[in-house]
Design a binder for this molecule. Structure first.
Ligand SMILES: Cc1ncc(COP(=O)(O)O)c(C=O)c1O
Length: 396
């Protein structure tokens, strides 16, 4: 599909292939583990050099048409040459790191990242000989300090989970290119509708598709986006050998979810801004964190890079974990749950939920206070959402 179509058109059409056999507009879901060989197909497959872009399907751990359609759509929306979808966001991060690093290599990571990623970086990767240094602010000075001869990757999130910091992408990319280090960014909080990291020189993008990409809260998935060479080489090696492939039905659901990404994101952003403004006036809240508030230190950076401020709002209440629990369990619309980017408003306490396994000392370095509440603002009526929180605050 031509790249000069606008986002909304690509969201609906990219990767769509009406069924050749029946003309069905929506492709069938290819619920199959294997694909039958014919003598001719066998010969072409054995020759190993099919025509450019010809796909010979053999086994769904390697490739499946439902997966390929989704990959085409995500690549088009992210302005990437290619993408590789995975069974979860964590497996996408693992694949991206495996694609860039080997035993003995070193990664620089932003200090504030999703708790699961922090676990992968502190518990799993070191076991396989990959060390990670965490850096609070990704300034050139701190990157210089953290770098060593084996540094291969800088890893960060476009909007940090859960404290919503936004890095200076230009500065990081510039420094990384000069030092021959790859940049890997988690674009989950922004989605390609708000930000396309590859347009700004980032090498590899990952997503937890569980969130805005699918958007309907009914599956777990992930994706790696980047150059065709990178994705294809990953697919043929680590991906094939480890097998983090999503089910065809999940691929179909993500493809369907993506068709409305632009509409959903518009409403998430609109509701989040109104919610953040309303919460800013509340006497029981110490601090509201939302990049769309002019008082937020990342407001200008968000304006520079993003096509909107996102659907995530965090705030610190007057109190600690007990008070935070009282608030989230008093909500009637907002659901106390991890995850984000769903149609429903989801509310969580990072200190005991998404970042509960991060040691307290490290959590404090991330700026995750006990009274911090993270809200994934849904697409419900905004007045109802605000009233819901106001009545919950009366309980503390
Ligand atoms: C920013 C971010 N990246 C990655 C992940 C991991 O994704 P998944 O749960 O799909 O494995 C999460 C999960 O919450 C997340 O918030």
């Amino acid at each position: 599909m031509k790249e000069d179509f606008k986002f909304e058109t690509l969201a609906v059409h990219a990767g769509s292939h009406p069924d050749e056999k029946t003309g069905a507009l929506v492709e069938p879901v290819y619920m199959t583990s294997t694909f039958v060989f014919t003598p001719d197909k066998m010969e072409r497959w054995l020759a190993g050099a099919p025509q450019e872009d010809e796909i010979i399907y053999t086994y769904s751990r390697s490739r499946n048409p439902s997966q390929v359609s989704l990959q085409e759509k995500i690549a088009a929306l992210e302005h990437g040459e290619a993408s590789l979808v995975t069974a979860s966001g964590m497996s996408a991060i693992t694949m991206a790191i495996m694609g860039h690093c080997k035993k003995g290599d070193h990664i620089i990571s932003a200090q504030t990242i999703y708790g699961g990623t922090f676990g992968l970086f502190t518990h799993v990767l070191p076991e396989y000989g990959i060390d990670v240094t965490f850096v609070k602010d990704l300034t050139v000075e701190s990157l210089e300090d953290a770098k060593n001869d084996n540094t291969k990757v800088i890893y960060f999130e476009t909007i940090a989970n859960p404290t919503l910091e936004i890095p200076e992408f230009d500065e990081i990319v510039d420094w990384a290119k000069k030092n021959n280090i790859k940049t890997v960014v988690d674009n989950t909080f922004t989605s390609p509708y708000l930000f396309k990291p590859l347009d700004w020189g980032i090498d590899t993008v990952v997503h937890s598709c569980t969130k805005y990409i699918n958007g309907h809260g009914d599956l777990v998935g992930g994706v790696v986006v980047g150059s065709k060479d990178f994705c294809e080489s990953l697919r043929k090696t680590e991906y094939m050998d480890i097998g983090p492939v999503p089910a065809p039905l999940n691929c179909y659901l993500m493809t369907r979810g993506l068709k409305t990404l632009h509409l959903r994101m518009e409403r998430h952003c609109q509701n989040a801004l109104a919610f953040a403004n309303a919460m800013s006036k509340h006497p029981k809240i110490e601090k509201v964190i939302y990049p769309g508030l002019e008082s937020n230190e990342y407001y200008n950076r968000a304006l520079k890079y993003f096509n909107g401020f996102g659907g995530m709002v965090s705030f610190v209440i007057n109190g600690g974990i007990e008070e935070a629990k009282k608030v989230i369990f008093s909500l009637k619309i907002g659901k106390p749950a991890v995850s984000l980017g769903d149609l429903d408003t989801l509310v969580e306490i990072p200190a005991i939920m998404t970042h509960g396994k991060v040691p307290k000392e490290e959590r404090e370095k991330m700026g995750v206070k006990d009274g911090l509440i993270r809200v994934s603002v849904g697409i419900e009526n905004i007045d109802d959402i605000i009233c819901d929180f106001e009545q919950a605050f009366e309980k503390i």
